[in-house]
Ligand binder design. Structure first.
Ligand SMILES: Cc1cc2nc3c(=O)[nH]c(=O)nc-3n(C[C@H](O)[C@H](O)[C@H](O)COP(=O)(O)OP(=O)(O)OC[C@H]3O[C@@H](n4cnc5c(N)ncnc54)[C@H](O)[C@@H]3O)c2cc1C
Length: 563
């Protein structure tokens, strides 16, 4: 049989870019299908060098436009949706979905996907995470362990270029890291005081894919902290700065943007994929491209949607959905934060705008079972930072007129410090995405329907994060000003995983241990949908390692005549 391409990769974000790079570099002719608009590295970053005083409306939003077109994207608690990157996000008005329960589906709509917009924090999982389901019985057992993925973590890290500090802790594995960014004065105090009071708790600088040293023609970081506008220096890892150019260099990559994948087409007899059906976003015209293998990398929710839409004779309920598992076990991270001011360091300042924070690795239930006195399973990490408050924070604090006021505003304000828990949510069958039986999108495709909610374990863990965050700030000498849980809306922390989980049994999982769809082994799904649980660390490094591992395996299988 002859094919249009050796491989089709659906999606050009963090994982799709890696799949395309790995497959082209191993000799395959690859087509990327991306529903977002095109964007060119460097030339396309139109807001990158716009000064604050030249920003439209001085950087304020047109409220009517935001309420109409971006009510969900703009409602992110970490404030990453801004005037200078608004053009990269999905317009909610154009890509609706059904919320059986409230759900925040955060998406990019551009070549490179959320690799342009992410917070760039990268951490390895450990066996504490891979063994968690087996130990405490939530979800099903992972078909792999740390040793299976460790070599791919190493290779991914060497390629993407992460910076940070190794601590030699078994539950927080060391990584291949460039030199760390510097902590501020209050962060150094927190590090010392927290470890002194709780010897099993460590505070370290965040591990980020912002380069602290030049890497080939990328970086180093210029400490501007405007990464999400796009970085012409390529100083942070994105599909546009790294994987897509490297795939293009092979001469074997074709990229088609504004191309909505409707479904993966399968053979009626074998159940294997024969190609991918697309809809041209501008014209609505449908076309099918054929390929030997397919990599599905559309992002967790969209990949589940495509699998559900890909029902065929051998897959009547959606691709790989023999046991009614597809769309279930959606999990992510809840979040709860504490903030305060740290007195006594007013004569200390910082240099540059560090695009990075601080990090406290998990310290709860480190043996994998509930410790005495702990009311929940699993655990959370804490991410945080510090900032010197400026005039915009202090304006409006009461006595705001006169010469004194002006003098006060001209000086840096107090040190603000904060810690926020990233709370692992449990994989539960009832947390589910399906195709809505009625609602359709502009192309006539079924809309996704979200039925995902938090449970008791997450509530208790979020409470604990606030309690412990408060204790840690106070032990550091800070005065706590407030706290809040901002991650109890599923999806909103953008670490959504599950829906097409891996496993050894086709009745209880969608993918095998190499991310191949059960019953359609030439389809590989290597984004967050493959995850069997959520862990508590930022997940994209693990998605990247799984993608690299699966790509290597796929090419070996082709060479062995098995695919
Ligand atoms: C503000 C923010 C901060 C974040 N911070 C971090 C962090 O610090 N660390 C971390 O690990 N993760 C972080 N994340 C999450 C991270 O961005 C995602 O985990 C990661 O991008 C997932 O990679 P992906 O390839 O699966 O999806 P994406 O990068 O989203 O790429 C998916 C691509 O598929 C395309 N697509 C979707 N549907 C279709 C279709 N039907 N047809 C064709 N193409 C389609 C999309 O347009 C998109 O380009 C953050 C995310 C956001 C938004």
């Amino acid at each position: 049989m002859s094919y249009d391409f050796d491989a089709i990769v659906i999606g050009s974000g963090i994982t799709g870019g890696m799949a395309a790079k790995e497959l082209t570099q191993r000799g395959l002719k690859v087509l990327i299908l991306e529903r977002g608009r095109p964007l060119e590295h460097q030339k396309g970053y139109t807001t990158e060098f716009v000064t604050p005083w030249d920003a439209p409306n001085r950087g304020q939003f047109d409220r009517d436009e935001i309420a109409r077109d971006y009510p969900i994207q703009s409602n992110q608690p970490h404030g990453q949706f801004k005037w200078d990157n608004k053009h990269y996000w999905v317009k909610d008005s154009e890509q609706p979905y059904v919320q059986a329960k409230p759900y925040s589906w955060i998406r990019a709509n551009v070549l490179g996907g959320r690799s342009l917009l992410w917070g760039r924090q990268v951490y390895r999982w450990s066996d504490l995470d891979f063994e968690a389901n087996k130990r405490d019985g939530h979800g099903s057992d992972w078909p792999i362990r740390y040793k299976d993925i460790a070599p791919y973590y190493t290779r991914v890290e060497k390629y993407i270029g992460a910076s940070g500090e190794n601590l030699g802790l078994p539950h927080f594995p060391d990584m291949e890291l460039q030199p760390p960014m510097e902590m501020t004065a209050p962060e150094k105090v927190m590090r010392e005081k927290i470890h002194a009071k709780w010897p099993e708790r460590y505070l370290t600088i965040g591990r980020t894919v912002n380069l602290t040293e030049k890497k080939n023609d990328r970086g180093p970081c210029n400490y501007r902290n405007i990464c999400q506008r796009g970085c012409s220096f390529g100083a942070y890892f994105s599909s546009l700065s790294a994987t897509l150019p490297d795939a293009q260099k092979t001469g074997r990559l074709t990229v088609k943007t504004n191309m909505v994948v409707a479904r993966i087409v399968t053979d009626d007899k074998t159940g294997r994929a024969t190609g991918v059906e697309t809809i041209d976003a501008a014209t609505g015209k449908r076309k099918t491209y054929t390929s030997r293998i397919v990599f599905l990398n559309a992002g967790t929710e969209a990949s589940v949607q495509i699998l559900l839409q890909s029902a065929g004779k051998q897959h009547p309920n959606g691709l790989g959905n023999k046991g009614d598992v597809l769309g279930r076990y959606i999990c992510d991270h809840d979040a709860a934060s504490v903030f305060g001011v740290m007195p006594g360091l007013e004569d200390r300042y910082f240099y540059g705008r560090r695009a990075n924070g601080i990090y406290v690795p998990r310290f709860r239930n480190l043996k994998g079972v509930r410790e005495e006195g702990v009311e929940f399973d699993r655990g959370y990490v804490m991410q945080g930072g510090s900032a010197r408050m400026g005039w915009t924070d202090m304006a409006g604090d009461g006595d705001d007129f006169g010469a004194d006021y002006k003098r006060r505003l001209a000086k840096p304000g107090p040190w603000l410090v904060y810690l926020g828990g990233a709370v692992e949510t449990l994989p539960r069958a009832e947390n589910r995405i399906t195709l809505d039986p009625v609602a359709r999108d502009r192309y006539g495709l079924p809309q996704l329907r979200f039925d995902v909610a938090r449970g008791d374990n997450e509530n208790k863990m979020a409470d604990d994060a606030i309690r412990e965050g408060t204790a840690m700030l106070e032990a550091s000498g800070a005065k706590v000003l407030g706290s809040g849980r901002f991650g109890n809306l599923p999806g909103v922390t953008v670490h959504v995983q599950g829906g097409a989980r891996m496993g050894n049994d086709p009745m209880t999982s969608v993918l095998n241990a190499h991310n191949q769809v059960h019953g359609a082994p030439n389809v590989f799904v290597t984004d967050g949908s493959a995850m069997v649980s959520a862990g508590s660390v930022n997940p994209s490094l693990t998605f990247l390692a799984l993608t690299m591992r699966a790509a290597e395996y796929a090419v070996a299988q082709i060479k062995a005549g098995k695919l």
